[in-house]
Design a protein around this ligand. Structure first.
Ligand code: PRP
Length: 185
């Protein structure tokens, strides 16, 4: 196993645990979409690692596309207004769409995005999130595939960042409080 990063306090999910769970999710998706083609939409940036691992475990025909969005407002509290900063490359009309996210938190981003995508008349839209923090939910979101339900703790790695760092860690870990306390001084 990779050596733990000095800024990480503890590992929540090891590389092996993530691989196992992603395989299980892929099996479910392969089963549910049998006979169909699925369009995977990765919501950048955090989902790129999960997306890359998930897509390589799929056996159903699939396409990939990417979009990015940001919340208006400052700090850690979003205002609920979401702005698309990078849109999809192709039309999704008539497609079976699976949105791939790294984490579902307040639900504001996904609530907005799912409505936006549904308005583009796909055959179906479902959501697959690696992590879900239900304690943080403000807006209801329907999730079809969830990797892990986690408590409201600060985590990094496997695509998730703090100040755009740590996305490359192969595991998911909790950051040492001294790291973010030092940066807010
Ligand atoms: C994360 C995550 C979701 C969103 C979830 O992205 O990837 O898009 O937050 O939060 P919500 O449920 O409260 O809307 P983030 O804004 O951290 O951007 P990033 O993916 O570029 O790191």
């Amino acid at each position: 196993m990779a050596e733990i990063h000095p800024d990480v306090e503890r590992i929540l999910f090891t590389q092996e645990e993530l691989d196992q769970r992603v395989s299980e999710l892929a099996e479910e998706i392969n089963r549910d979409y049998a006979g169909k083609e699925v369009l995977l939409i990765s919501v950048l940036r955090g989902s790129f690692v999960f997306m890359a691992d998930l897509v390589r475990k799929l056996t159903v025909p699939c396409r990939v596309d990417f979009m990015a969005c940001s919340s208006y407002g400052s700090g850690t509290t979003s205002s609920g207004q979401v702005k698309v900063t990078k849109d999809l490359s192709d039309s999704i009309e008539g497609m079976d769409v699976l949105v791939v996210e790294d984490i579902l938190d307040s639900g504001r981003t996904l609530n907005y995005l799912l409505k936006l995508l549904e308005a583009r008349r796909p055959a179906s839209v479902r959501l697959c999130t690696l992590l879900d923090k239900p304690d943080r939910r403000v807006v209801r979101v329907n999730v079809s595939y969830t990797g892990f339900v986690i408590p409201d703790t600060f985590i990094v790695g496997y695509g998730l960042d703090y100040g755009e760092h740590y996305r490359n860690l192969p595991y998911i870990g909790g950051l040492k409080p001294s790291v973010y306390e030092a940066e807010t001084k």
